[in-house]
Design a protein around this ligand. Structure first.
Ligand SMILES: [Zn+2]
Length: 134
């Protein structure tokens, strides 16, 4: 069983289409240049509604994490590592950490993006320790 597909909205469509293509992107405000995530219609800094999507390197460090045991969904194998990643460009992303034992995760761990397939042929960005090869 694969992960449930992401729910597509007018705001996040570009993010998920990029993920489908194996690219991690962020909204960048056309008014003030700030990056923001998750995708939303208005800049929280200058209130501009104009933005573009810019590609990110997909590398960062673990800001925080939690080891999830319950409640369980049949599409995931447990425990699931929920992680907040501070990307090198300054965007913080909520995701999963894969390819590492829960006991080996630590704050500031260098990670890089990879993509997990979902239902409906979509993909979701997840992270793995830098230097691993999944
Ligand atoms: Zn702005």
């Amino acid at each position: 069983m694969t992960r449930p597909a992401p729910t597509i909205t007018d705001d996040n469509r570009g993010f998920w289409e990029a993920a489908h293509d194996g690219r991690l992107v962020s909204q960048q405000c056309s008014g003030c240049g700030q990056l923001r995530h998750p995708p939303r219609p208005m800049c929280p800094y200058c209130h501009s509604i104009e933005h573009e999507l810019v590609e990110l390197a997909g590398t960062g460090t673990v800001y925080s994490y939690a080891i999830l045991h319950h409640p369980q969904h049949p599409a995931f194998s447990y425990p699931v590592i929920a992680v907040l990643v501070d990307l090198d460009e300054g965007v913080r992303l909520l995701s999963n950490l894969v390819g590492v034992e829960p006991g080996d995760v630590h704050i500031d761990m260098p990670v890089r993006v990879t993509f997990d397939e979902t239902e409906a042929g979509m993909a979701v960005p997840v992270f793995e320790p830098m230097g691993s090869s999944t």
